[in-house]
Structure formats: structure tokens, C-alpha cells
Design a protein around this ligand. Structure first.
Ligand code: DC
Length: 230
């Protein structure tokens, strides 16, 4: 059995961009021995493919076909699209924009959700995105809605982009993030929303370690009666 005698666990982390989901989810997965799934990277891979193929990311029919055909493989910290490592390519600002546009299309979401459920059924996962606790795994054992104040979210993203060699001003990035968050939160299909049974965590002013500990505490209280997990 994949996890010995222990039940398979889904830890779902949703929230807006720059709230710290990826950093926290990756660390928690490593610590718990769970599989880390960055679902945003999957929408980014589909967006990247659209840009490369010259397909309009808003073209519902063609985008659904691309999403179904996309060979997406997730490995710890890396993502492959049709066999090619696109981990760095999907972080470019143009791909952020395309990802948020393709993520509006119901057929694209159906294809991604199916892949995400297949992965989550194989092992315990820390899965992060926008609709994990509401749509992908509504029965997840633990749901976190991770948020932070807009100014802090912009500064965190800016640091990440600059570290990766992207030159963008704080003002320009703030405008782009606001546009994407607005699109992600107002689309008809699976908008960013806090599930009624999710715990809200505001990471503004908290260190990475503090957020990690806060979520571990929630996990322990829900799954192991407050005891250490491992
Ligand atoms: O988390 P991220 O910024 O890498 O996500 C890229 C885009 O994909 C973002 O605009 C929201 C969208 N997305 C989504 O609609 N549903 C998810 N589960 C994950 C991401």
C-alpha cells in the first residue's frame, strides 16, 4: 500500500497569487512525505503551449483540445510539457497572463481537474491552486485558504521575478496581478473562493516557518488528534 496503513490525505491550499502557497506547500510536502502538486503550473503549461502554437488563449474550442492533448508531467519542483522541461519558461509574465485566460475555459478546467484527481488518488498530496478545496477535492481532509495583504503579495512576487532575471516595476506588476486576481475570482467556472470548511490563514507579516507551523497545527488537529504527524 502506498502509505502503509495510513489513510491517504489531501491537504488543499487555495488563495490568490503571491500569498505564499507554492513555498509553503512545497515545504509541507517535503516534511510530511506527501506529493506536492502545483496546479497553477499545469494551467501555465497549457498557456505556454497556446503562446507557442499561436493559439488565442481565449479560443475555447482549440484551447480545450490543447489541454486534453497536453502531456503534463509533474516531478518534485519541475514540470514537463510534452517531454520538455518548461519549469523556467512557465514563470514568464506573458505566460502568467495566458494561464489566467485559459483557466477561464470550462473544457480546459475539466481536463486539468481530471489529471489532478488522478494524481491525488495515488498518494497523499499537498495540492495548491484556486479551486482545490471547492472543486477538485471537496472532501479534502484539510483545507487552507492562504491570503496576504495585496502590497505584500506584490512585493513577494516581485522578489521571485527579479531573482529569476525578469525586470518589471512594482507598479506594473501590481496592475498585472490585480487584473489576474480579478479574472480568477470572477470567472463563472470554479472561481477562486474559500470553501466553507477551509481555515483562513493571513500570512501578512508572518515568516515562512510561522505559516508552516500554523498549517501543521491545523493538520494535526484535524487528522491525528493534535499528535505529531510522522
Ligand atoms: O498559481 P499560479 O499563479 O501559478 O496560477 C496560474 C494561473 O492559473 C492563475 O491565473 C490562476 C489559474 N489557476 C486556476 O485557475 N486554478 C488552479 N487550481 C490553479 C491556478
Amino acid at each position: 500500500m502506498a502509505n502503509g496503513n495510513r489513510k491517504r490525505i489531501v491537504l488543499a491550499i487555495d488563495g490568490p497569487s503571491g500569498a505564499g502557497k507554492s513555498t509553503i506547500a512545497r515545504r509541507l510536502a517535503e516534511r510530511l512525505g506527501f506529493t506536492y502538486i502545483d496546479t497553477g503550473a499545469m494551467y501555465r503549461a497549457v498557456g505556454l503551449w497556446a503562446l507557442r502554437q499561436g493559439v488565442n488563449p481565449a479560443d475555447m474550442h482549440r484551447m480545450e483540445q490543447l489541454a486534453i492533448a497536453a502531456g503534463i508531467e509533474l516531478q518534485p519542483g519541475r514540470i514537463r510539457l510534452n517531454g520538455e522541461d518548461v519549469t523556467d519558461a512557465i514563470r514568464r509574465p506573458a505566460v502568467s497572463d495566458a494561464a489566467s485566460k485559459v483557466a477561464v475555459i470550462p473544457g480546459v478546467r475539466r481536463a486539468m481537474v481530471q489529471k489532478q484527481r488522478e494524481i491525488g488518488e495515488r498518494s497523499s498530496v499537498v495540492m495548491e491552486g484556486r479551486d482545490i478545496g471547492t472543486v477538485v477535492f471537496p472532501e479534502a481532509e484539510v483545507k487552507i485558504f492562504l491570503d496576504a495583504r495585496p502590497g505584500e503579495r506584490v512585493r513577494r512576487r516581485l522578489r521571485e521575478l527579479k531573482a529569476a532575471g525578469n525586470d518589471i516595476s512594482e507598479n506594473e506588476l501590481a496592475g498585472q496581478m490585480q487584473e489576474r486576481d480579478q479574472r480568477d475570482s470572477t470567472r463563472a467556472d470554479a472561481p477562486l473562493a474559500q470553501a466553507p470548511d477551509a481555515v483562513y490563514v493571513d500570512s501578512t507579516g508572518m515568516s515562512i516557518e510561522e505559516v508552516e507551523e500554523a498549517i501543521l497545527k491545523i493538520l494535526r488537529s484535524r487528522v491525528t488528534n493534535g499528535k505529531e504527524f510522522n
